[in-house]
Ligand binder design. Structure first.
Ligand code: NAD
Length: 494
């Protein structure tokens, strides 16, 4: 496929929008456009349409009609389209990765990793979706039969985040389409060019336009989607704050709601860890990969006081060795943060910690900054839970490290936030790790690893980290609803 850059295919031009506005009597440019900004330079690289509530409703109505036919399309045909989509992802990976890197600052090597790993996620769904559609007979006697059949939800909406735009969208649309749903997709305003590329590839793979549709815009467009009447399901990925708003918007319609929200994911390094240096390297990667902008990034570290100094110096050494710079360079490990307004938020967390006694070690080797949104990767040591950095999601290249006395203190601190996404333990024996992980109120636990998502495992957050499940067999089941059917033999009716 000859795939032009998505930036060349952006909705209406600003000039066209302004002309349309003038024709309606406005004296200024229309406000229904938003800028796409390259975080590595701060420059505007495109303009996109903010779709109105009416446009959202009309897309939804077309999907509702399309879904009625789609649910009866033979499984083998739906499978062929998603297989083709996967092939297109693979073939177009370099172009797709470049768009992603340019619009949200993800280092190019990591952008390629994301596209590659998306192929694996879709493959998991392809291999397993038929299992969740299979009806089951739960009772069969001479007079009575009871069975359960599984039906698609209908039109599902996917309002999503920008940090892993391929993951957070395919988690929903691949499972949803395969199980007979139609999808209204609202990508983040910080990853809409990628959203457009995903949409184009799905169409090229044969998915009909009245089965998958994208709407562009910011929060208002998201709100228009979340408050649609008649949605079969609403799948949201984003911040805790927006998640709570979405829950209110969807509540009057009693829509099935899933929320994949933020985290404050802890790691505990026990004194018996096999190799302190290897643990420090692994955890530094878990904290700073994707510029710390992963929902399951390591956000706080607790280290047994007997190995604290050794761990801290190994950790800082790793962080100072990271290459910070232009995300399009193949060896860049840390790029800019995606959103300029996040810079003062991160600076405030650092200042708050320092004012309460923390020590900061910051990376200062940025190659050159052409006006990009760079934040120096920073390690805060001697931190405690009076500091924001240990309680509130940072979502950037920033980490706090605290010494602990023992397992009991580590456990208490790990549970001491409102979030519950993932947690890790680095230690010698897996049983010790499992004993601790089972005491934590989180959706995923790791031993001697962190910051990873498996397509085979259920992905879920607890408490402030969300509601519901994607991925794994449990995640596939999120896209179907069970119906119980009872057959009573006519002769035994009374
Ligand atoms: P965000 O909440 O700012 O935006 C997410 C989406 O919601 C965007 O599409 C946005 O346009 C839309 N939106 C914003 N305001 C809205 C409103 N009032 N009503 C309806 N829609 C609205 O989040 P973000 O900055 O895009 O993403 C970062 C957050 O997402 C982090 O907290 C991160 O941890 C979380 N996240 C979680 C997971 C997970 O699997 N749990 C995965 C990725 C990201």
């Amino acid at each position: 496929m000859a795939m032009a850059s998505a930036a060349g295919r952006i909705g209406r031009s600003r000039a066209g929008a302004a002309a349309a506005a003038l024709s309606r009597g406005f004296k200024v440019e229309r406000l229904d456009m938003f800028d796409v900004v390259n975080p590595a330079t701060g420059k505007v690289i495109g303009e996109l349409l903010i779709e109105s509530k009416d446009e959202v409703v009309s897309k939804f109505e077309a999907l509702a009609a399309g879904q009625k036919k789609w649910r009866s399309v033979p499984l083998v045909e739906r499978r062929a389209m998603l297989e083709r989509f996967n092939e297109l992802l693979r073939l177009n990976m370099p172009v797709l990765a470049k768009t992603l890197s340019t619009e949200m600052g993800k280092p190019i090597a990591q952008a390629k990793n994301e596209v590659r790993a998306t192929v694996d996620r879709v493959r998991f769904y392809l291999e397993n979706y038929e299992k969740v559609l299979k009806e089951s007979c739960v009772l069969e006697t001479s007079i009575l039969k009871e069975k359960v059949v599984y039906e698609p939800l209908g039109v599902v909406a996917n309002i999503s985040a920008w940090n892993y735009p391929y993951f957070v969208s395919t988690n929903v649309f691949a499972a949803a389409l395969l199980t007979g749903n139609a999808v209204l997709y609202k990508p983040s305003e910080h990853a809409t060019l990628t959203g457009m590329e995903i949409t184009n590839l799905l169409y090229e793979a044969g998915v009909p336009k009245n089965v998958f549709a994208m709407t562009t815009g910011k929060g208002e467009t998201g709100a228009a989607v979340a408050s649609l009447k008649g949605l079969g399901g609403l799948f949201f990925t984003g911040s805790n704050k927006t998640g709570l708003e979405i829950a209110k918007q969807a509540a009057p319609n009693l829509v099935k709601l899933q929320l994949e929200l933020g985290g404050k994911d802890p790691v505990y390094v026990r004194a018996d860890v096999a190799d302190v240096g290897a643990a420090a390297a692994s955890i530094a990667d878990g904290a700073f990969y994707n510029c710390g902008q992963s929902c399951c990034s390591v956000e706080r570290i607790y280290v047994d006081k007997r190995i604290y100094n050794e761990f801290l110096s190994a950790f800082i050494k790793n962080v100072m060795a990271f290459k910070v710079g232009d995300p399009l360079k193949p060896d860049t490990y840390i790029g800019p943060v995606a959103r300029q307004p996040h810079l003062p938020y991160l600076a405030a967390q650092v200042q708050d910690a320092i004012s309460k006694g923390a020590r900061a070690s910051s990376h200062t080797h940025l190659e050159s900054n052409q006006g990009g949104f760079y934040f120096p990767p920073t390690v805060l040591s001697d931190v405690n839970h009076t500091m924001d950095v240990m309680k509130e999601e940072s979502f950037g290249p920033l980490i706090g490290i605290q010494a602990v006395e023992n397992d009991a203190e580590a456990l208490a601190l790990m549970n001491d936030t409102t979030y519950g996404l993932t947690a890790s333990v680095y230690c010698k024996h897996n049983q010790d790790a499992e004993n601790i992980l089972r005491e934590l109120d989180v959706g995923t636990g790791y031993w001697n690893c962190c910051d990873r998502v498996s397509p085979r495992l259920p992905w879920s957050g607890r408490r402030g980290s969300g509601l519901g499940v994607t991925l794994g067999m449990d995640g596939l089941r999120s896209f179907v609803k069970p119906k119980g059917i009872v057959f009573q033999s006519p002769s035994n009716k009374d």
